[in-house]
Ligand binder design. Structure first.
Ligand SMILES: [Zn+2]
Length: 346
C-alpha cells in the first residue's frame, strides 16, 4: 500500500523505471517517521514482482515479512531479507544491549562483498541509515559505488544528507519524501484515528503540529505531546499579544527545543498568511501577524532557526529561548529589531 504523501516521490521513481534510468545507487531521503522503509519496500516490489507489486505473490509476501528493525536478537554484520536477493545493512545491537551509533567499515565490507557476486537476477542492498556510516565505512562504500556492477542496486536511506560526504552524494540519484499538509494526507490520518478520538480533533491541525509527518502525528496522539504542543502554541500567541504573559513560561521548561520548533512553525505560518494577504484559521495568529512587519518576522525566523541548530551544541538553550521570547513578546510593536546577544558567545 502506498501512503498518499509518498505519491510525488513515487511518481518520480516510476518515471525512472519506465525510461530505464534507474541508477545503480539510489538515495532516499526524508525526515524521521516519513516512511522511508515502507517507500523502499514498495519500490523493491515494483522491481521484482512480475505482477505489478501485487502484494500477494511469494516475493511480495517475503518482502512484507521483513522488519529489520526488530530482528535484533543477535549481532550480525548484514541482515538477509526473507526475499533471497536482498540484504540490509544497519547499525547493530552492541554487547550492552543498546543500538550502536555508527555503521562500521566491517559491516560495509561484508555488505559490498555480498553484493559483489555476479548474479543473473537483480541483487539489492539497502543501507539504513547511510548518514550513520562512519568515515571509514563511507570510504569503503565509495569504492563500490565507483565501480557499479550489472544487476545490482544499492539503496541508501538517510534522514539528513548534510551528514553524507559529497563524494557519496555525487554517486547517487536522490529522491526526497516531503512532509505533507495535503487534504489526502489529513484524510489518511483521520482514517487511522478511532471514531471517538476523531470527534475531538481536526486532522489537519494534528498534521500541522507534527510538521506534516503523519506517523509522528499518530505517535504524538498516543502520548500527551499533542496537548502539550497546543498549550505551548496558545501561550506563545498570548505572549505576543500581551507581553506580561511571559511570566507564565514555566510550562516551557525542559521542552525548550520543541517550543522553539513550535514558534518556528507559527512564524512560518504567519509569513504565509502575510504573503497570501488573507487571514488563516488561527484568529490569534492573524492578530499578531496583522501588526507585525515582514522584516521582523523574517529576522525572528532566522534567529529561531539558528537557535534550533545551536541546540545540538553546548549552548544554554534556556537562556536562548528566553532571549527569543523577549523579542517575540514585543514583535507587534518593535521599532528596531534587536540583536540577540548570546548567539555570538558560541
Ligand atoms: Zn507480487
Amino acid at each position: 500500500m502506498m501512503f498518499p504523501w509518498h505519491k510525488k516521490a513515487s511518481d518520480k521513481l516510476e518515471k525512472m523505471i519506465e525510461q530505464n534510468h534507474l541508477p545503480h545507487a539510489l538515495l532516499i531521503t526524508g525526515v524521521e517517521k516519513i516512511g522511508k522503509f515502507n517507500f523502499t519496500q514498495n519500490l523493491i516490489k515494483k522491481l521484482v514482482c512480475s505482477n505489478s507489486s501485487c502484494n500477494q505473490c511469494e516475493l511480495c509476501t517475503a518482502l512484507n515479512n521483513d522488519d529489520p528493525l526488530l530482528e535484533l536478537d543477535h549481532s550480525v554484520l548484514i541482515r538477509r531479507s526473507h526475499y533471497p536477493n536482498l540484504i540490509y545493512c544497519r547499525t547493530e545491537l552492541n554487547d550492552s544491549g543498546s543500538m550502536s551509533k555508527d555503521i562500521r567499515v566491517d559491516q560495509i565490507r561484508a555488505f559490498c562483498e555480498s553484493l559483489g557476486k555476479t548474479a543473473e537476477t537483480l541483487q539489492i542492498g539497502v543501507i539504513f541509515y547511510a548518514d550513520q556510516m562512519n568515515n571509514n565505512a563511507a570510504n569503503s562504500l565509495l569504492k563500490t559505488l565507483e565501480e557499479p556492477r550489472k544487476n545490482t542496486l544499492i539503496i541508501l536511506l538517510a534522514h539528513n544528507i548534510d551528514r553524507l560526504p559529497a563524494t557519496i552524494l555525487s554517486r547517487c540519484q536522490s529522491v526526497h519524501i516531503n512532509p505533507s499538509y495535503e487534504n489526502e494526507t489529513a484524510q489518511w490520518l483521520a482514517n487511522q484515528i478511532g471514531e471517538d478520538t476523531r470527534a475531538d480533533f481536526d486532522p489537519m491541525q494534528l498534521l500541522d503540529s507534527a510538521h506534516g509527518v503523519p506517523h509522528k502525528a499518530l505517535d504524538d496522539l498516543e502520548g500527551d505531546f499533542y496537548f502539550q504542543y497546543q498549550s505551548w502554541q496558545n501561550l506563545l500567541l498570548e505572549i505576543a499579544l500581551s507581553p506580561t504573559k511571559i511570566k507564565n513560561t514555566e510550562i516551557f521548561s525542559d521542552n525548550e527545543l520543541d517550543v522553539l520548533k513550535c514558534l518556528q512553525h507559527l512564524i512560518n505560518e504567519g509569513i504565509k498568511i502575510k504573503v497570501l494577504n488573507h487571514d488563516g484559521a488561527n484568529l490569534e495568529l492573524n492578530k499578531v501577524i496583522e501588526k507585525t512587519s515582514f522584516n521582523h518576522l523574517f529576522r525572528l525566523l532566522d534567529d529561531t532557526n539558528r537557535a534550533i541548530s545551536l541546540s545540538q551544541t553546548t549552548v544554554n538553550i534556556k537562556l536562548l529561548l528566553d532571549n527569543i521570547l523577549v523579542v517575540w513578546s514585543h514583535i507587534t510593536n518593535l521599532s528596531k529589531y534587536p540583536a540577540i546577544t548570546n548567539f555570538q558567545e558560541h
